[in-house]
Design a protein around this ligand. Structure first.
Ligand code: LMR
Length: 405
């Protein structure tokens, strides 16, 4: 029965960890998956998460238990996570016109959103979804699986290593009315290049003119600027302009809850009545897919967002992570410039978030992997969190070597 099934290739992002783990060279560095690492190169469990875990253990059997969650997740979690993105006093939040469901992190939110779009917006027919070129590799696969037609808009200008805003606006201007547009809320993955506030305004304008529907992916709130509120700028802009839109939210990176698969899907509707109907239909997407969401990550998030002191502490820890990444950016740029490595390296410090889109060619990336045990994406994306003071010079020396090879 299974004869003839071809073996699938490794996932281009998660597969780098498999290759890294199998490598026995002590100099190896993993810059593949976007996951925060400490200065010692270790996974990081935030102090607020440790404290929430301890509290949960105390509450087990009284305030919390292991019963099934509801299909859409706890109401308290919905209010808190809406507040985090949109501002807790925003009219959309207080009036109840946002239909929210807990999701299996950002990926699950995107999958549920696009399944809903295919059924209720495309009504089973064709629907174009525009993604940035480049985008997070899994976006394309998620949307294609949901049966949408994936198209792209220009985003990255390789010559200037910056945003191709004219190309982006032209492509959106030429999209069919009602198309869905995937936007990265902040800290664009993989380029680390976000539109400026003025550029966001231009994007809003063309999307209003063409009646395009935003599907925003917020996986790095707090990582771009270190401030949760500042990083919600684009989200709140679209909200203020009266769009009905889809908002996917992940707590993998900013709370370090990668393996807990905790996120949210928020659908911003024009009225509370519409939100009620939309929610009922989203629940029909979820029930046959995975029935109901896991409780553990939800409990952690509710504890942290629901306790003022914990929330403040989280912001501090988040700032700490963002700061360490900025330091590493600086060290990498300075190291390459000090060595006189051919090319310009200012983009490393101009870019923001967890990644740098280095501009290294596929051949140079392959050489870094095969000759130097440095694992990165073949697009040239590196997760800066994998660098630290202990391995930065090795990284600089190896990048210098492959650039000159
Ligand atoms: C990444 O881009 O590295 C992360 O979002 C992890 C993943 O699932 O690909």
């Amino acid at each position: 029965m299974f004869t003839g099934i071809p073996e699938a290739p490794q996932d281009p992002i998660l597969g780098t960890t498999t290759l890294f783990n199998a490598d026995t060279d002590p100099r190896k560095i993993n810059l593949g998956v976007g996951a925060y690492r400490t200065e010692d190169g270790k996974p990081f469990v935030l102090e607020v998460v440790r404290e929430a875990e301890a509290q949960m253990l105390k509450d087990l059997g009284t305030k919390c238990n292991k019963e099934y969650s509801t299909i859409d997740g706890p109401p308290e979690l919905k209010k808190q996570t809406q507040g985090l993105l949109f501002g807790k006093d925003n009219e959309a939040v207080t009036s109840g016109r946002i239909a929210s469901v807990q999701a299996l992190s950002g990926t699950g939110a995107l999958r549920v959103a696009t399944e809903f779009i295919k059924t209720h917006i495309a009504k089973g027919g064709d629907k174009d979804i525009y993604v940035s070129d480049p985008t997070w590799g899994n976006h394309n696969a998620i949307f294609a699986k949901a049966g949408l037609t994936v198209k792209s808009y220009p985003y990255w200008a390789p010559a200037t290593k910056s945003l191709n805003i004219d190309g982006m606006l032209a492509a959106l201007g030429a999209a069919a009315e009602g198309s869905i547009v995937l936007l990265h809320a902040c800290a664009h993955n993989p380029t680390g290049v976000d539109p400026t506030e003025a550029q966001w305004e231009s994007i809003v304008k063309v999307m209003q003119e063409k009646k395009l529907v935003p599907l925003m992916d917020s996986a790095y709130q707090g990582y771009a600027s270190g401030s949760l509120d500042k990083d919600a700028y684009a989200v709140r802009l679209f909200l203020s302009k009266g769009f009905e839109f889809f908002m996917c939210q992940s707590f993998a990176k900013n709370l370090g809850l990668y393996g807990e698969r905790i996120g949210m899907l928020h659908i911003i509707c024009q009225t509370p009545e519409l939100a009620k109907v939309v929610l009922s239909q989203v629940k029909l997407v979820i029930r046959p897919m995975y029935s109901s969401p896991p409780k553990h990550g939800a409990e952690l998030v509710m504890h942290i967002l629901g306790t003022e002191a914990q929330y403040a502490k989280w912001q501090q820890e988040l700032e700490g992570m963002a700061k360490r990444i900025l330091e590493v950016r600086d060290l990498l740029r300075k190291g390459l410039e000090a060595k006189g490595t051919p090319g310009t390296w200012n983009h490393i410090t101009d870019q923001i978030g967890m990644f740098s889109f280095t501009g290294l060619s596929q051949a140079q990336c392959e050489r870094l992997i095969s000759q130097h045990h440095i694992y990165l994406l073949k697009s040239g994306r590196i997760s800066l969190a994998g660098l630290n003071k202990g391995n930065i010079q090795y990284m600089v020396d190896c990048v210098d070597e492959v650039v000159r090879a």
